[in-house]
Design a protein around this ligand. Structure first.
Ligand SMILES: [Fe+2]
Ligand SMILES: [Fe+2]
Length: 361
């Protein structure tokens, strides 16, 4: 603490006429907090103490003033931030942000590229087709959160920090699948039809419903079945590491929707509208689904799952593909249960409903 006589002395220094130091007289709202690192180091949750850990439900702060700092009357208003906490808040954002930082990996050095075997040409082509589709998916999965990041209030900044990690994760996914497509000399093949439904998202809730809950959930389920799709340890590792990242993205979306439904239950039907749209796309003809890839990607997956494109292998491939779809759809319903949208089961698109296991009590 600077004593007031010291301040007086400083103010009398030559050239100090304009010095003020009033910020020293006006300490921040709270002091003496006890901040203790936890098992994982000093995390955002550890410093969420007292008023610093109390994001306002509603704010008029449009100046970018960070939560906890003292306001200044001459600050400019940048007026683009969401003022209601539930618009963007996710209880898991802090934890997932820290986890993302601690579990970053490098597509350049953490994938044992030098151990990459050459696969049969059909498998190699199929893998390149799948990777082509995935690079496009990952590109959009980074674009969408980036679109909303500038709307996050400085009072609710943890959400913005998490989104930054997601954008980085998706960048890495894009690049790892691009590298994989080129690694054995095939390169990129047929582009996907484009995820029009995702890019239509105009609100944060639309994004978390369409991208996090549906889109990334399906991708996560697919990556988790990477053991069946991959034909080398290298490919298995790519799917494993990407699945780990996707779990965070999905968890963020689930917790956001849960928080929103608790605070704004009247928006329940709005969520159903977004899900209707997304399920409609998934439930369109199996070969034209914007979320599961076009027909080319579906065929590529069948070749990879069956181990080739003989009749017998394709038979097996399509059987396993149905198992992948079944897992995607059942895990989707489980996520809905966690969010508190179990009623969705009754109004689900029939093509998806046909895959569902009976609800466990
Ligand atoms: Fe991703
Ligand atoms: Fe993701």
């Amino acid at each position: 603490m600077v004593k007031s006589d010291t301040l007086e002395m400083l103010r009398k220094e030559p050239g100090a006429e304009d010095m003020d130091f009033s910020w020293l007289d006006d300490p921040a709202a709270e002091r003496g907090m006890r901040v203790v690192p936890s098992k994982r180091g000093l995390t955002l949750e550890d410093i969420s103490v007292g008023t610093y850990g109390d994001p306002p439900e509603e704010t008029r702060n449009q100046s970018g003033r960070m939560r906890g700092s003292a306001p200044r009357p001459d600050a400019q208003n940048i007026g683009a931030h969401w003022i209601i906490k539930s618009e963007s808040w996710s209880e898991s954002a802090m934890m997932l942000y820290e986890e993302a930082l601690q579990r970053q990996w490098s597509s350049a050095t953490d994938i044992p590229w030098e151990e990459m075997p050459e696969l049969d040409e059909d498998l190699e082509l199929a893998m390149s087709q799948l990777c082509t589709f995935l690079t496009q998916v990952e590109f959009i999965a980074g674009d969408l959160p980036a679109k909303f990041a500038p709307n996050i209030s400085a009072e609710h900044f943890e959400t913005g920090l998490f989104l930054a990690t997601q954008i980085m994760d998706e960048a890495r996914h894009l690049d790892v699948f691009r590298k994989r497509a080129l690694a054995n000399g095939i390169g990129l093949l047929q582009a996907g039809p484009g995820a029009v439904g995702l890019l239509a998202a105009q609100s944060f809730l639309d994004m978390t419903a369409s991208l996090h809950l549906v889109g990334e959930g399906f991708v996560q389920s697919m990556f988790r079945m990477g053991e069946l799709i991959a034909h080398s340890e290298v490919d298995k590792k790519i799917f494993r590491l990407a699945a780990q990242d996707e779990s965070r993205h999905v968890a963020f979306g689930i917790m956001h929707m849960k928080h929103l439904l608790k605070n704004e239950p009247e928006r329940r039907e709005e969520i159903h509208t977004y899900l209707d749209r997304m399920e409609g796309q998934v439930g369109s003809t199996p070969n034209q689904s914007g979320l599961t890839g076009g027909g080319d990607t579906t065929e590529a997956l069948a070749i990879l799952l069956g181990g080739g494109k003989s009749e017998k292998q394709l038979d097996e491939g399509y059987t396993k593909l149905m198992a992948v779809r079944k897992r995607q759809f059942n895990e989707y319903v489980h996520r809905l249960d966690v969010v508190g949208l179990s009623d969705r089961r009754e109004r689900m698109h029939p093509r998806i409903r046909a895959f569902l296991e009976p609800k466990k009590n």
